[in-house]
Ligand binder design. Structure first.
Ligand code: HMH
Length: 228
């Protein structure tokens, strides 16, 4: 596939990892929670748990992306990176309003929601990127992976043969739409450009972070699916 090829003709690093870690990636993007949305069997109480927990996550995601932006400003060799990341921050502002509005539709009281263990662990992982010791290449890889799991998951639910309940369609569109897919591709392009120039220890760290993101995403879906 054209977009999986890097300039030199070799397979781009992220495409290599998607193949190498395909089983883990599939567990993150084809999770029973998502498959349940697609076939219409999802339990609305699970959806409400996901909604409340993801609101907490997104609030923590803002300082994470701000840290990625800061690293880009200091370390990037391409000024357009900053604009792409800034665009991401701008969308998060609108996304927080969306969560509040969606929560009120579902009668979810966000102020009373405490983060669950898996969410706390994922948020702690996001906070670790505040350290100036974490390289921009590693951070942009994490950013790409986090967004891509949602894009790939929710885009399945908006395919014409899906039986996604009408009430959940807007949520699925939010991350499954073509604009968000394009945005994920631009993050992937930045990550690959950086990875292709990076020393091997940075590439190894980035791959490790990619795997950690997938594990956290699987845990997040598990947390949302299971009652407590
Ligand atoms: C858990 N992963 C989780 N929540 C999100 N909103 C995204 C990724 C995408 O922004």
């Amino acid at each position: 596939m054209e977009e999986e090829r890097s300039g030199g003709g070799a397979t781009a690093p992220t495409a290599t990892w998607l193949i190498k870690h395909f089983s883990l990636y599939s567990r993150a993007t084809r999770h029973p929670f998502i498959l349940g949305i697609c076939d219409g069997t999802v339990d609305f109480s699970s959806f409400k748990r996901w909604l409340a927990q993801d609101y907490i996550f997104v609030r923590e995601f803002v300082p994470f992306v701000a840290n990625v932006l800061l690293k880009a400003c200091k370390q990037s060799d391409d000024i357009s990176d900053m604009e792409t990341i800034l665009g991401g921050i701008a969308s998060l502002s609108e996304e927080i309003s969306w969560f509040k509005n969606e929560a009120s539709k579902w009668d979810v009281h966000l102020a009373n929601v405490a983060p669950l263990k898996e969410n706390i662990e994922y948020c702690r992982f996001l906070q670790s990127f505040g350290s100036p010791e974490i390289d921009y290449t590693v951070a942009i890889t994490a950013f790409w992976a986090i967004e891509t799991v949602y894009q790939n998951s929710f885009s399945l639910c908006i395919q014409s043969d899906s039986k996604t309940p009408t009430e959940l369609m807007e949520t699925c569109q939010r991350w499954g739409n073509a604009g968000f897919e394009q945005y994920c591709k631009s993050l992937q392009k930045i990550a690959d450009r950086r990875l292709e120039k990076a020393p091997s220890n940075i590439v190894e760290d980035a791959q490790e972070v990619f795997v950690r993101v997938l594990e956290h995403e699987i845990n997040f879906w598990n947390m949302s699916s299971s009652g407590c």
